[in-house]
Design a protein around this ligand. Sequence first.
Ligand code: ATP
Length: 288
Amino acid sequence: MRRSSIDQRTDHHPLPESPATLAPALRVSGFTKTYADGFTAVRDLALEVPAGSFFGLLGPNGAGKTTLIGAITNLVRPTAGRIEVFGHEHETRHARRLVGLAEQEINLDRFLDVEEVLVYHAGYFGISRRNAKARAKELMDVFDLSAKAHVRPPALSGGMRRRLLFARALMHRPRLLILDEPTAGVDVELRSELWEYTRRLHREGTTILLTTHYLEEAEALCEDLALIRGGRIVARDSAAGLRARYGARDIAEVYAKAMSAAAADGIAATGADAQAAAAMTPAEEVAR
Ligand SMILES: Nc1ncnc2c1ncn2[C@@H]1O[C@H](COP(=O)(O)OP(=O)(O)OP(=O)(O)O)[C@@H](O)[C@H]1O
């Protein structure tokens, strides 16, 4: 990966700054998601992510992280609640332009080559083809993909596909970059490159919202954290604040303590577990 700056300035397609300038990167209140099958994955969730922070969202499988990210990025329709991105309501064009997402699943169009993946994506944000090609060139250079510009995703290595996902998320220079388990299945070397790159973006002013199951990495990267379980936030503070509150040496210990305290309070790991428990008859519960 190249050392050069990624240049997240948005002067080529300026956005209105007010009321966004002073607003948090993300403000979520009363967010509830009940899926079509009647299953409530997230219930009445509130969360604020300060602008400029490196924020970690940690929780067990099924806790509701991807559901929340889906709602922020308009892939999931909230059942209730309000979501604002830098002060803009999340469904507006302004908010959409301010967010970039590298999804957990590698979802690349197999019929487009690397350059086309990037250029097409820029089209969703109204970036001209000329500017998109220039930006794609810049990002292919940063992510060591230039030699693969005309190769399609099925012929890329897993690591290259991950790098392409990162590059695609950055095409429109988002101010909030959401990374949903970006290093799942990634080897140690690429993982440290991706983190180094993410750190650089953060230093250059991009707000980062990260989900990961690697707690040591969250510890090393995130200055602010929220722990989610069963679709609810069970702890939220700076990394130092959390360590002090739980009398923990590190975030792994904070996580273990917060999750067992939440379990003791009756918060199941996933909304599914909570729903199953609620549906049990008292006799079934005793027999459990
Ligand atoms: N389309 C859907 N219909 C019904 N239930 C869903 C749907 N999508 C997700 N869920 C359920 O919502 C819950 C939360 O899932 P979500 O993917 O948000 O969790 P997560 O915290 O991102 O988990 P992981 O760490 O495994 O990615 C899970 O129980 C999941 O099965």
